[in-house]
Design a protein around this ligand. Structure first.
Ligand SMILES: [Zn+2]
Length: 296
């Protein structure tokens, strides 16, 4: 059996406060206060999901971790919410609290991103290339999202079911990285100056969406311009190579096969064919812009 610590460790406490944005994971109130006299107050607790002892709230519920002071068993709550969840342990069962915490952490990530960057407005992510996003994250020292389910086993993103939404929420903080949006192209911009390896944000534009196919031999399909969506920018054509695996939902799949779609997203330039005036890119994600009918 694992070594049982007497208290939550200081690194774990800091991790939990950081991930929680200093807020109660239930009502989102700030749990650290300071007044005009520089007096500090902490009105929150490191609440146990499974109580420290079997007799406490949820203490005898199945699935308790060996070490109840492990940070996986702790959720930051204000004093009010702590009292409420401990006095109503049936309503606030362990799975309810772990879901609450996961959603709160994702919410904090999104809030931080929105305050930090001029985030492009989009909804409904149609395509999310997880390995590409992980590569981007590593190159930019952004933590790679971790999953409590076996993500590698899923052949297609859309087969993840419920977990698809969790994956998208977890990648929120990667998508919010401001460097990702540093280079923007749109409308009828000249794209002849782009370089291989560069990341670009494609502003909302119409793409031709023909030739998406569940081709097993993608390099061959791409060599003959199959399994792509494309758009002409002045004299040049931007070609997005699509890996069907990373299409997020069956609705997204229909959209990408529908002939045309108004899309925005971040792509990495993979290669440039100067003779044919084609820029080949690999999308990190593609989304539908907000206000889809106003975009040009
Ligand atoms: Zn609260």
């Amino acid at each position: 059996m694992g070594l049982v610590r007497a208290a939550l460790s200081e690194p774990d406490r800091r991790f939990i406060i950081g991930q929680s944005g200093g807020c109660c994971n239930k009502c989102k109130t700030q749990v650290f206060r300071e007044n005009e006299f520089a007096e500090k107050a902490r009105i929150g607790d490191d609440a146990h999901i499974w109580a420290y002892s079997n007799e406490g709230p949820r203490g005898s519920a199945p699935g308790a971790p060996a070490d109840r002071n492990d940070r996986e068993n702790i959720i930051l709550l204000c004093k009010n919410c702590h009292a409420e969840v401990d006095q109503q342990p049936i309503k606030f069962a362990p799975n309810v609290l772990t879901t609450m915490r996961r959603e709160h952490y994702a919410w904090v990530d999104c809030c931080l991103g929105q305050n930090r960057v001029q985030k492009p407005r989009f909804h409904h992510i149609l395509y999310l290339n997880v390995p590409r996003l992980d590569m981007y994250a590593v190159a930019n020292s952004i933590p790679i999202p971790q999953f409590e389910f076996d993500f590698g086993a899923a052949q297609r993103f859309r087969d993840l079911g419920f977990n698809a939404g969790r994956v998208m929420a977890k990648y929120c903080h990667v998508l919010n990285d401001e460097d990702m949006y540093a280079h923007q192209i749109g409308g009828n911009d000249d794209i002849s100056h782009l370089d291989a390896g560069q990341y670009c944000f494609i502003e909302p534009v119409n793409f031709r969406t023909v030739e998406i196919d569940n081709d097993n031999d993608l390099p061959a399909a791409w060599a003959s311009d199959k399994c792509i969506i494309y758009r002409r920018f002045t004299e040049w054509t931007l070609i997005c190579e699509i890996q069907p695996r990373w299409i997020t939902t069956s609705t997204a799949d229909s959209t990408l096969r529908s002939g045309w779609a108004k899309l925005c997203g971040v792509v990495r330039i993979s290669r440039i064919n100067f003779g044919a005036r084609k820029v080949y890119v690999s999308p990190l994600f593609l989304a539908q812009p907000e206000g889809i009918f106003d975009a040009n």
